[in-house]
Design a protein around this ligand. Structure first.
Ligand SMILES: CC(C)(COP(=O)(O)OP(=O)(O)OC[C@H]1O[C@@H](n2cnc3c(N)ncnc32)[C@H](O)[C@@H]1OP(=O)(O)O)[C@@H](O)C(=O)NCCC(=O)NCCS
Length: 179
C-alpha cells in the first residue's frame, strides 16, 4: 500500500445517502499536505477522547510536536490516510500502516489501522463506516488479506464500532500498574 493509492472520493450509495444527515458531505479522499494542521487538531481531539475513556491514556509534554512529525507521514503518502470531508472541512480520518511480517507465525499480509476519528457531531451517521470502507477497499485492491486494529478495552464505543464493521478478537494486551 503506497502513495500510488491516490484515491477518488467514494460515491455515496443509496442506503448510506439516506442515513447521512449532512447535505454538504463531499466524500472520502486521501489526505494531502494542506490537511496537516487540521489533522493535528483532530488527532489531539482523538487523544482527548482516549483520555476520557481511560485516564491512563494521557499525552506526554511534547505530544503535539511528535504528532506533527508522524502526521507529516500521513499527508505525504508514506502512511496512507483518508479524510472525510463535509462542506470543505475535514470531519474525520483513518490511518493505516503495513504490519511487519511476523518472524515466526505464518500470518497473512496485514494492514494495521493506527488511528481513526470522527468529530462528535458527525458520529452515528455512517462516517466511520465509510472511512473504514476506503481502507478495506484499498487493502483488497493491494492484495492484503487481513486488517488489524487496537483500541482501549474500556472504550465500548470504539470496540462496538470495530465489531460492527467485522473485526473479532485476536490478541489481548494486559496491563499491571506497579505504583
Ligand atoms: C469510533 C468512531 C470512529 C465511530 O465513528 P462513527 O462515524 O460514529 O461510526 P458509524 O456511524 O459509522 O457507526 C457504525 C456502527 O458502529 C457502531 N457504533 C458506533 N458508535 C457507537 C456507539 N457510540 N455505541 C455503540 N455502537 C456504536 C454501531 O454498530 C454503528 O452502526 P449504527 O449506527 O447503525 O448502530 C467514533 O465514535 C470516534 O471517532 N470515536 C472517538 C475516537 C475512537 O474511538 N477511535 C477509534 C479508536 S482507534
Amino acid at each position: 500500500m503506497g502513495a500510488k493509492a491516490v484515491g477518488k472520493s467514494i460515491a455515496l450509495d443509496a442506503e448510506a445517502a439516506e442515513n447521512l444527515q449532512m447535505e454538504d458531505f463531499d466524500g472520502i479522499r486521501l489526505a494531502h499536505r494542506p490537511d496537516k494542521a487540521r489533522l493535528i487538531d483532530l488527532w489531539l481531539r482523538l487523544s482527548a477522547d482516549g483520555h476520557s475513556a481511560d485516564a491512563r491514556y494521557t499525552l506526554g509534554p511534547h505530544a503535539s510536536e511528535t504528532a506533527a512529525g508522524f502526521i507529516e507521514g500521513w499527508v505525504c503518502g508514506e502512511q496512507p490516510a483518508w479524510v472525510a470531508v463535509v462542506g470543505g472541512e475535514i470531519v474525520g480520518f483513518i490511518v493505516t500502516k503495513r504490519a511487519a511480517p511476523h518472524t515466526v507465525l505464518n500470518l497473512p499480509e496485514t494492514v494495521v489501522i493506527t488511528d481513526a476519528y470522527v468529530l462528535d457531531e458527525y458520529r452515528r451517521q455512517g462516517m466511520g463506516r465509510r472511512l473504514f470502507a476506503a481502507v478495506r477497499d484499498h487493502a483488497l485492491s493491494e492484495g492484503v488479506e487481513a486488517l488489524e486494529v487496537g483500541t482501549l478495552a474500556s472504550d465500548h464505543r470504539a470496540v462496538s464500532f470495530w465489531r460492527s464493521v467485522g473485526f473479532g478478537d485476536w490478541r489481548v494486551t494486559l496491563h499491571l500498574g506497579l505504583d
